[in-house]
Design a binder for this molecule. Structure first.
Ligand SMILES: *[C@@H]1O[C@H](CO)[C@@H](O)[C@H](O)[C@H]1NC(C)=O
Ligand SMILES: *[C@@H]1O[C@H](CO)[C@@H](O)[C@H](O)[C@H]1NC(C)=O
Length: 418
């Protein structure tokens, strides 16, 4: 059967199932067990490219510095140039004049080994991602071989970086478990924020500098993962994704405030036209709520909400992102257009949320995703000014706070010379 017909059939099934049409049965999985963090190469078609990565963003609140790293896998089917296993490390230091840098190493794909769900080892154990339990993960890395450096920006290729860290989850969330079949078929990027607010301890070494990371409110780590066959496609910056992250640590991690939002728009090549899917988990101390909002035919005035979170006494009305203050941002790889200001609106009968995120160009790293025949890129700003405003539907303010350590992204298929 033609792939597109199959996809259209699956979506029709979705739309006309009385139990599914219009709402999700729950608001996602809180603290997902290891199974949902699994390596999914085998679940996907071997005739299409496939990528997967596990990404971490570690905040040192006192030093106003964010360290970011990722372990990734990229299998190609046509053009094998970018096939491989990549390890990324970068930093944004808000006290520095030239605050951002990144280094990416590449190893052959067969040096990526995985057992159990996601016990990953790359380059014979130089890089390790080892889940000890559902909520504890050991993260290790040793970048010390410049012959494997695939890309370096604002940093010397020969920089030695090691990390040995233990993550302990405070809050994680997966909002797409019941969409996995559709995701496999369409092949669009999937997202699991299984550890989006976690404690962290251990150390990072960058050349002769040692950074001690303590299990204290001065440090938190964000962990997520993505996988799929394709990146958002269609013409121009309209087909894009955005990511918004805020963790406000507390003395007792149970009291943390953690907000994660992702929203992406892509052409589907089916009768659903352009689709937008938005996901968010919001934890305010012991209270939390997940929000999931999937819209089809998003390119027409009579767009249809396919699925939205709803509970007994609770409904999600709207979920959108507005982007303004566009600039051209340029690096060695080319120029992209990015919005310096992004505002997330989530309107529900439980909470009404507005996140106003303001960034400046020097906060951005261009994250690179090498895949079949192209490199997709995504602009990530760290140390973003975020005004978090959360009200009850009655108008009563629950949280009104401005932080200067938010994270955001804007990604679309922008021209890139690699
Ligand atoms: C992870 O895999 C390694 C082999 O690469 C093994 O030595 C280790 O025991 C595994 N850890 C767990 C928790 O399964
Ligand atoms: C976004 O959602 C908010 C809250 O429901 C609404 O006021 C606003 O009009 C929406 N914006 C767009 C562009 O749809």
């Amino acid at each position: 059967m033609d792939k597109k017909i199959l996809i259209a059939l699956v979506f029709s099934f979705f739309l006309f199932q009385p139990t599914l049409a219009g709402f999700f049965r729950d608001d996602g999985i809180v603290n997902p067990p290891q199974f949902w963090q699994r390596f999914r190469n085998k679940d996907y078609l071997s005739t299409r490219p496939f990528y997967q990565w596990w990404y971490y963003s570690l905040e040192d609140y006192e030093k106003e510095t964010t360290y970011i790293f990722a372990y990734s896998y990229s299998r190609c089917v046509n053009d094998m140039t970018n096939q491989g296993s990549y390890v990324f490390f970068g930093e944004v230091n808000r006290n520095s004049q030239d605050p951002h840098w990144q280094l990416i190493s590449k190893y052959p794909l067969d040096e990526f080994k995985v057992n159990n769900d996601f016990n990953v080892s790359i380059a014979n154990g130089k890089f390790k991602l080892e889940p000890i339990s559902d909520s504890v993960i050991h993260l290790k890395g040793e970048i010390d071989d410049s012959s494997h450096v695939w890309f370096a920006q604002n940093i010397d290729k020969s920089t030695k970086i090691t990390w040995d860290l233990t993550l302990e989850r405070v809050q994680g969330w997966y909002g797409q478990s019941d969409l996995e079949l559709e995701d496999d078929l369409v092949g669009e990027i999937s997202w699991n924020t299984y550890a989006h607010d976690s404690q962290i301890s251990g150390e990072i070494k960058i050349n002769s500098k040692t950074i001690k990371i303590e299990k204290s409110p001065n440090f938190r780590i964000y962990g997520d993962m993505n996988w799929g066959d394709y990146f958002p496609h269609g013409n121009g910056k309209e087909m894009s994704w955005g990511w918004y992250n805020v963790i406000i640590p507390a003395e007792n991690p149970e009291d943390d405030i953690a907000i994660i939002v992702g929203s992406g728009k892509t052409k589907t090549g089916t009768s659903l036209g352009i689709m937008t899917a938005s996901f968010s988990n919001i934890k305010i101390g012991s209270e939390r709520q997940g929000f999931r909002y999937v819209v089809g035919l998003d390119d027409t005035p009579g767009r249809s909400v396919l699925l939205a979170t709803a509970g007994k006494n609770y409904k999600l009305y709207n979920f959108n992102v507005t982007r303004t203050n566009w600039i051209d941002i340029t690096d060695d790889l080319g120029t992209s257009q990015i919005p310096l200001t992004q505002v997330v609106h989530i309107d529900s009968s439980k909470w009404v949320i507005t996140l106003t995120c303001k960034s400046t160009p020097e906060m951005y790293n261009r994250l690179l995703f090498p895949t079949d025949g192209m490199v997709f890129s995504d602009w990530e700003a760290l140390g973003v000014n975020v005004h978090v405003l959360i009200k009850e539907a009655s108008g009563k303010v629950i949280l009104d706070k401005v932080v200067n350590y938010g994270g955001l992204e804007f990604g679309y298929k922008s021209p890139i010379h690699f």
